[in-house]
Design a protein around this ligand. Structure first.
Ligand SMILES: C[S@@+](CC[C@H](N)C(=O)[O-])C[C@H]1O[C@@H](n2cnc3c(N)ncnc32)[C@H](O)[C@@H]1O
Length: 319
């Protein structure tokens, strides 16, 4: 069987010096002069937009211990901590360089902060025990993905399988993942393991966002904004490592199994923009007229290509 296990761990531990190569939505919106903010009239940074959205779905007053995994430069958490002071904040990141940047970004903010340099896949469950909200923003696409798996091995007895394949088999059987559409498929095994860990720790609220392989544009802009969806994780080649788009329907299965209610949508749900005549012209043009138009067009497409899940389980409220 010629499957491949892709891991970005060595790159993140040893090589990563900047996120400049992967322009995350959070980093784009941190600059209030960025054309995506000015042209689209987006008034706030990413962390503030997300805070507003989540605060409308549950009260942040209930969040005492906030966990962020893969916080990058720490800007999302800086926004959150500027809006509310949390009794305890934990930042987990595999990358020592980015963890230093997070310490710097958060150093003057009040609250008890702890930083853990580790691969989240190896984080001990005890660390998650009293977490009220976990945030993993543009993080799970970095976790291991296995590519080129022949669908037929799912019919084999698990006893005959190698450890990697047995773990894939276990996820299909335990969580009732649907039979892959393609005879050869890819699976976001690391993302599944990460969410299983968060759900097993019974964290009452879990927020995840990432590039999706199941994205769709619905509503008034469905003929104007185009996104692709292959229903099979797609490889995004980046500096020094590969990232994979996420099969969100698999994550939903895990959340439902563990008793969570789930809200799923495109990140456009919390990054509202105005469809001005200029933006409409940019989206309709057969090819962009200017570099700035191209940047804006990619950004708007990303607002639909990125999906999020908010999992909540009132039974697990600590109060
Ligand atoms: C694409 S960056 C996103 C940063 C930030 N959340 C944002 O949206 O701008 C991915 C982040 O996840 C971290 N990361 C990647 N793999 C990880 C792992 N296995 N465990 C913990 N953190 C990881 C990276 O070091 C980085 O901070």
């Amino acid at each position: 069987m010629n499957f491949t296990v892709h891991s970005s761990a060595a790159y993140h531990r040893q090589e990563l010096r900047t996120l400049g190569w992967e322009t995350t939505l959070c980093n784009i919106l941190a600059d209030c002069h960025n054309p995506c903010r000015t042209t689209l009239d987006i008034k706030k940074s990413y962390g503030n937009l997300l805070f507003d959205y989540l605060d409308g779905l549950f009260s942040f007053e209930r969040i005492n211990h906030l966990l962020e995994v893969g916080g990058g430069y720490g800007w999302l958490m800086r926004d959150f901590m500027s809006r509310k002071s949390f009794a305890k904040v934990t930042m987990i990141d595999i990358c020592p360089h980015l963890l230093d940047q997070q310490r710097y970004a958060l150093k003057s903010l009040p609250g008890s902060l702890s930083f853990r340099e580790e691969n989240f896949i190896d984080t001990p469950p005890t660390v998650l025990e009293d977490v009220d909200l976990a945030v993993l923003n543009e993080n799970i696409g970095d976790y291991p993905t296995i590519t080129n798996l022949p669908r037929d091995f799912l019919l084999d007895s698990p006893a005959k399988l190698s450890p990697s394949l047995r773990s894939v088999w276990k996820f299909f059987n335990k969580y009732g993942l649907p039979e892959p559409l393609h005879p050869v498929f890819h699976i976001n095994i690391g993302a599944l393991m990460a969410l299983e860990k968060l759900c097993s720790a019974q964290i009452p609220r879990i927020f995840l966002s990432e590039h999706s392989c199941e994205a769709a544009v619905t509503g008034p802009y469905r003929n104007l904004i185009s996104v692709s969806a292959s229903d099979n994780p797609e490889c995004i080649i980046l500096k020094g490592h590969d990232e994979f788009t996420i099969q969100f329907s698999h994550l939903e299965k895990i959340g439902h199994y563990h008793g969570y209610k789930i809200i799923r949508g495109p990140v456009a749900d919390y990054i509202p923009f105005e469809m001005t005549p200029r933006l409409r012209a940019i989206m309709k043009a057969p090819s962009p007229w200017r570099d700035e138009d191209e940047i804006i067009r990619y950004f708007i497409e990303d607002l639909y290509k990125y999906e999020y899940l908010l999992l909540s389980n009132e039974r697990h409220e600590s109060e």
